[in-house]
Write a protein that binds this ligand. Structure first.
Ligand code: ADP
Ligand code: ADP
Length: 226
């Protein structure tokens, strides 16, 4: 749950941008929620605050009963996936997925098992020894999702994950994300500026809009699948 979440950026000359203004939403546990809105309306900033990568200016973030507003990012149990995959190019797929498990006091054997489990979940079991550049964009995005899930986070945040893919891969990867979310039951927020994409993938949709946000306590929930 986000309560009155607000982010004001201040640049070196003191100019302020109110990127997120008094945002209050409840995201149902175990669902895939689309966060939709035009470019610049504060979607990424919202995700970054949920992840703990931007300190909040005002307001609170709850995971269930836990107030995580001031919690360090690594303690929040978040998996984050960006538009550009952000895989480590010099590492194999296996090493990429395993990376979050380093320094975690997990036995090598256990880590390897988790990596294979994740690779199977996202359907790239046969690609583990390749480098990212040898994979298609859609496959690279699956690797990014596997890496985001390997620590079994409480919340998965996807920031425009399909934007870099061509039309065919976009459809395919979208179905994959839906399937992975269903299989894991992980609470997922899917950020997009594409209404059709948001409607097709989400159980529920939250619409952010500069104008509306000023006037409404709760952003409009347009769409609510049973
Ligand atoms: P924060 O640590 O507050 O979450 P960042 O680390 O993203 O913010 O950026 C630090 C500061 O740099 C911001 O508070 C902002 O003033 C400035 N800044 C960063 N990116 C931009 C930008 N695109 N436009 C204007 N100012 C920026
Ligand atoms: P969206 O993800 O919906 O495109 P963003 O969250 O990226 O929107 O941006 C919301 C607003 O905040 C925009 O006006 C953007 O320019 C501004 N903004 C985003 N990040 C920073 C930053 N680090 N410093 C200053 N302004 C920022």
């Amino acid at each position: 749950r986000l309560e009155n979440l607000t982010k004001v950026f201040t640049d070196k000359s003191g100019n302020q941008t109110r990127a997120v203004d008094q945002l209050t939403i409840t995201i149902p546990s175990g669902k895939l929620v689309g966060l939709l809105g035009p470019s610049g309306c504060g979607k990424s900033t919202t995700l970054f605050m949920i992840a703990g990568l931007h300190p909040v200016t005002e307001g609170k973030i709850f995971f269930g009963e836990d107030d995580v507003t001031r919690l360090a990012p690594e303690k929040r149990g978040i998996g984050l996936v960006f538009q550009n995959y952000a895989l480590y190019p010099h590492m194999t797929i296996r090493q990429n997925i395993m990376f979050p498990l380093e320094n975690l006091n997990i036995k090598r054997q256990e880590a390897e098992k988790l990596v294979v489990e994740m690779a199977e979940l996202v359907g790239i079991r046969d690609q583990l020894d390749k480098k990212p550049s040898q994979l298609s964009g859609g496959q690279q995005q699956r690797v990014a999702i596997a890496r985001a899930l390997v620590k079994k986070p409480r919340v998965l945040l996807l920031d425009e994950p399909l934007s870099n893919l061509d039309a065919r891969l976009r459809l395919q990867t979208r179905e994959e994300i839906k399937r992975i979310q269903r299989e894991t039951g992980i609470t997922t927020i899917f950020v997009t500026h594409d209404q059709e994409e948001a409607m097709s993938i989400s159980d529920q949709m939250v619409v952010l809009n500069f104008g509306m946000q000023q006037q409404m306590d709760e952003p409009q929930v347009m769409y609510n699948k049973p």
